[in-house]
Design a binder for this molecule. Structure first.
Ligand SMILES: [Zn+2]
Length: 87
């Protein structure tokens, strides 16, 4: 991730990115929402980032349930138990 020169466009990029999750979840209050929207319109890197996060969410929603399946948890616990035994 590159730091350094960021365009000066309303809310700083850091702030916009910090709010990105809540923005995508639609949880932002109107005032903040407007700030982020204004920033995204003016700031290409953040728009890019936002659309990436949005696509990522779509994939996660499609392919995964919220919690890992119980069978996976059992396998992980068994694996951890094995590792413990070996020590
Ligand atoms: Zn930005």
């Amino acid at each position: 991730m590159s730091a350094g020169n960021v365009p000066d466009c309303g809310a700083p990029c850091q702030e916009a990115l910090a709010q990105l999750e809540r923005y995508l979840d639609g949880e932002l209050p109107d005032t903040t929402l407007e700030q982020i929207k204004t920033h995204l319109v003016a700031c290409y890197p953040c728009t890019d980032r936002a659309s990436f996060e949005e696509q990522l969410r779509a994939i996660v929603r499609r392919d995964c349930v919220d919690a890992p399946p119980p069978s996976l948890l059992v396998r992980i616990r068994e694996h951890l138990a094995t590792v413990d035994d070996e020590r």
